[in-house]
Design a binder for this molecule. Structure first.
Ligand code: AKG
Length: 377
């Protein structure tokens, strides 16, 4: 399959022509201005933080893959100097090491002055990660639910990208899988018998050189190979593209991933910014994907309960404290036995969408009932 070339642009061009298009592009004139571009090297890291203990990933294969909801690679806790020594050389026993997705601000504060947080991102909303990859280390095909700005500081990486609209050719893991944002296709050795549509997928490949930054919009599928020993920093920030979750097949698939992670509550800010609600989205979705409508309606219920709790003076709870929250409302007489039963049934319907189809009448009734319930809450 021929790969589509990717454009290289200046930061000015990026803002004038590219950012709004949600299409991957390489920005050429950002990372070169960072102090890190001049000073980072494996020796510099050892010199700056030799004794710091770090979690380094290792595997017997090239690929840092997952199977049956578990990573197939291990993690060792080592002093940085030792971890880097292992990253620099493939070990005689074939084991490969990768300093993978290290939370930079908390775990590597001494490196923060060497980088520049892009001023078009919101410092309060971003996650910054630091990566040092060994030659050949391979991150298998997956998507993330955030926009990604990937800054290559030294060394090179090859990215293979697929548009989120190509979901049907990319064989994501089942919705129930903890890693449902991963593809089952090993793109280095595709099994065309098991994944016959994969050869229709149209990749975009790009080699990111030292000093370049890749803009990878949220939900774009990507697999990444380290061409040589390299260091990179990436910035994740939630996309402001609500339509993705309501219209795009990968965006819709990601609703189940986010539901497993946080009962969809991470979409709350995006919905507020777009002046809409989970319930309004659920109504729209009934005609497009009623399974997603059920999930959104359930998220709307949770959102309303959490907002009510905040209004009543409680501190913000995490979605996994939901059961306590419901119990608390019940004890205070805010919810009746009938309410509890309804809430339980809606939760079951939401869970049913992971494995079975919810029928059209049940989905429509749930969206209506949750709406009515929230009006009376
Ligand atoms: O660099 C890698 O190996 C993986 C990077 C990645 O998947 C990401 O930044 O989302």
């Amino acid at each position: 399959m021929q790969s589509i070339p990717i454009e290289r642009v200046t930061l000015n061009d990026f803002f004038e022509r590219c950012y709004a298009q949600s299409y991957p592009v390489v920005i050429t004139d950002v990372v070169q201005k960072w102090p890190a571009f001049d000073c980072w090297s494996p020796e510099y890291f050892v010199h700056t933080m030799a004794e710091k203990r770090v979690q380094v990933a290792y595997t017997q294969e090239d690929t840092f893959a997952y199977q049956n909801g578990e990573p197939k690679y291990g993690r060792a806790n080592l002093p940085l100097a030792q971890a880097l020594e292992k990253v620099l050389q493939t070990q005689p026993d074939g084991v490969r090491f990768f300093l993978m997705q290290q939370p930079m601000a908390s775990a590597y504060p001494e490196l923060m002055d060497d980088i520049r947080i892009p001023d078009w991102l919101d410092e309060n909303l971003i996650t910054i990660n630091f990566w040092v990859g060994s030659k050949g280390a391979f991150t298998p095909l997956h998507f993330d639910t955030e926009d990604n700005f990937i800054a290559q500081v030294f060394g090179r990486k090859r990215f293979t990208l697929y548009d989120p609209a190509q979901l049907d050719c990319l064989y994501p893991n089942d919705k129930t899988d903890k890693y449902s944002h991963l593809s089952r296709v090993n793109i280095a050795h595709p099994d065309h018998h098991a994944h016959p549509q994969f050869h229709h997928a149209e990749p975009i490949t790009v080699t990111l050189d030292a000093g370049e930054m890749l803009y990878l919009p949220s939900h774009w599928w990507h697999a990444v190979q380290s061409i040589n020993v390299n260091a990179m920093v990436n910035f994740w920030q939630q996309s402001n593209d609500l339509k993705l979750y309501l219209e795009n097949p990968t965006g819709i698939h990601s609703l189940w991933y986010l539901y497993q992670d946080n009962l969809l509550q991470s979409l709350d800010g995006l919905l507020d910014a777009k002046n809409t609600s989970f319930l309004a989205c659920a109504e729209v979705m009934l005609n497009r994907d009623r399974q997603a409508a059920v999930l959104l309606a359930h998220a709307g219920l949770i959102d309303a309960l959490m907002r009510l709790d905040l209004c009543e003076g409680a501190t913000k709870k995490s979605p996994n404290e939901l059961q306590n929250l419901i119990g608390e409302f019940y004890r205070r007489g805010r919810l009746s036995d009938v309410d509890l039963e309804k809430i339980q049934n809606w939760r079951f319907l939401a869970l049913q969408t992971f494995t079975d189809e919810v029928g059209p009448a049940d989905a429509a009734a749930m969206v209506d009932d949750v709406k009515l319930f929230l009006q009376q809450l």
